[in-house]
Ligand binder design. Structure first.
Ligand SMILES: NC(=O)c1ccc[n+]([C@@H]2O[C@H](COP(=O)([O-])OP(=O)(O)OC[C@H]3O[C@@H](n4cnc5c(N)ncnc54)[C@H](O)[C@@H]3O)[C@@H](O)[C@H]2O)c1
Length: 421
């Protein structure tokens, strides 16, 4: 098929490159001309393992442009993959989705034949068949589900393992309201052997939020239990190993640490809270999930102060700035509140991350950045905020180490404290 993707961030780039690898003709659109130029020169605008190699392997089938109109006219289906960030009150900001929908709608006005528009961005129930449909219809002068198709196909990839997650997903969720759209999506995903769930559009939209809210809840629960374990001198990691052996519970995403970050869990939980509040409800569990997650990274500072009572003027090393290993994404990274607090306390921060320093520098330009993980060990104390594999290889002997992510080798520090162990 000829597939257009609007937005070449984590979701658009991965979806486009993987679909090209499956033999489809791909056109990726972004308003950011520098990202478009990068893609066209064989470089991915984001860091994601395996992605650049796959882009180069399939470069003949992938082109990028800033021109939505031409891309839609020359394709059979369009995925909307633009960002849906939080508004200051936690509700979802649809500006990018609606502006992309407007551009797609304008192109549909000039297009004959059936075209399917699929919302892959994470949007609350009612968005695709509500404001997105309205904008598409207004701009195109055509009727959704009749003149053009419209569907929801939320994305579940995880940054750091996105290529594998896209090509071998646990399941594919597709929300449809018309037969033609369903048939196109059945054909597109025909070679995927995982379960495929077809539902209404609002159900598909809600499945995405509930999946993320549940995983976020699992993490905050693990952290609350971890804090209780730590006070009793119990190793929370061993506790969760035992608990996760119950097949009803499952060990995945069931570890204590300094909380979840990234572009999805925090904002999606906030958006679900805001939606519940709009409906006159008080989502107590979801509010607690967020509250625990906000407090958890600061536990590293409390533990640091046990061993370095006044961090003022001390050089404190921070290992890991990305919200998780194998990505350069720092959105809502737990390293952000940690660095903020250290600076507030007058510490000199020396930070290192194998991939995310460029992005971190944009919000913390005055922090000192080390050129290697090893250089961080020269600091008066080291805080571990992301568990990059390389951090297992360091020689921590003689160091004060406060570990938020369970890097086993760091136990060799002369002082070692784990956040929940
Ligand atoms: N990042 C993830 O791991 C992940 C996983 C699953 C779902 N999602 C969801 O997918 C969506 C996209 O997330 P992301 O992390 O890829 O976002 P991103 O911020 O990395 O990328 C979005 C891209 O869209 C571009 N853009 C914005 N408006 C545009 C327009 N009108 N036309 C063309 N391009 C436009 C931006 O320049 C940017 O490059 C969000 O709703 C997110 O919640 C993300």
């Amino acid at each position: 098929m000829r597939i257009c993707l609007i937005g070449c961030g984590y979701v658009g780039s991965v979806t486009g490159v993987c679909l090209a690898d499956l033999g489809h003709e791909i056109m990726i659109v972004d308003t950011d001309a520098s990202k478009v130029a990068q893609l066209n020169s064989g470089k991915t605008p984001i860091y994601e393992p395996e992605l650049e190699e796959l882009l180069q392997k399939n470069h003949k089938r992938i082109s990028a442009t800033t021109d939505t109109h031409t891309a839609v006219l020359n394709s059979d289906i369009t995925f909307i993959c633009v960002g849906t960030p939080s508004n200051p009150d936690g509700s979802i900001n649809l500006d990018f989705v609606l502006s992309a929908s407007h551009d797609v709608g304008k192109a549909l006005r000039d297009k004959s034949g059936f075209h399917l528009v699929i919302v892959k961005s994470t949007v609350l129930p009612g968005t695709t068949a509500g404001p997105v449909k309205d904008v598409l219809e207004q701009a195109s002068g055509k009727k959704a589900f009749v003149d053009f198709g419209l569907a929801s196909n939320p994305e579940f990839l995880r940054e750091g393992s996105a290529v594998g997650d896209f090509l071998k997903p646990d399941r594919i969720i597709i929300g449809v309201a018309d037969l033609r759209s369903k048939q196109v999506l059945e054909e597109l995903y025909a070679d995927f052997t995982c379960p495929k769930l077809f539902s209404t559009i609002p159900v598909a939209e809600m499945i995405k939020y509930v999946s993320n809210a549940f995983l976020a809840t699992k993490i905050s629960f693990a952290n609350e239990i971890g804090n209780i374990c730590k006070k009793q001198g119990i190793d929370t990691e061993e506790v969760f190993k035992g608990v996760g052996m119950d097949h009803r519970i499952n060990p995945a995403f069931f570890r204590s640490g300094i909380g979840f970050g990234g572009s999805c869990f925090p904002k999606d939980v906030r958006a679900l809270i805001a939606r519940a509040q709009e409906l006159g409800m008080d989502p107590k569990i979801l509010r607690s999930v967020t509250e625990v997650n906000e407090e958890q990274p600061l536990k590293l500072i409390t533990l640091l102060e046990k061993h370095v009572p006044d961090p003022r003027g001390k050089k404190i090393g921070v290992l890991g700035l990305a919200f998780k290993p194998d990505t350069d994404d720092i959105r809502d990274s737990r390293a952000i509140p940690i660095v903020e607090k250290l600076l507030q306390k007058g510490a000199t921060v020396l930070a290192y991350d194998p991939m995310a320093m460029g992005n971190f520098k944009k919000i913390f330009p005055t922090v000192n950045y080390a050129s290697s993980a090893k250089d961080i060990l020269a600091a008066d104390a080291v805080l571990i905020a992301t568990e990059w594999r390389d951090f297992e290889e360091l020689d921590y002997s003689g160091k004060i180490v406060i570990d938020g992510r369970r890097v086993e080798n760091a136990r060799k520090g002369s002082v070692y404290e784990g956040v929940c162990w």
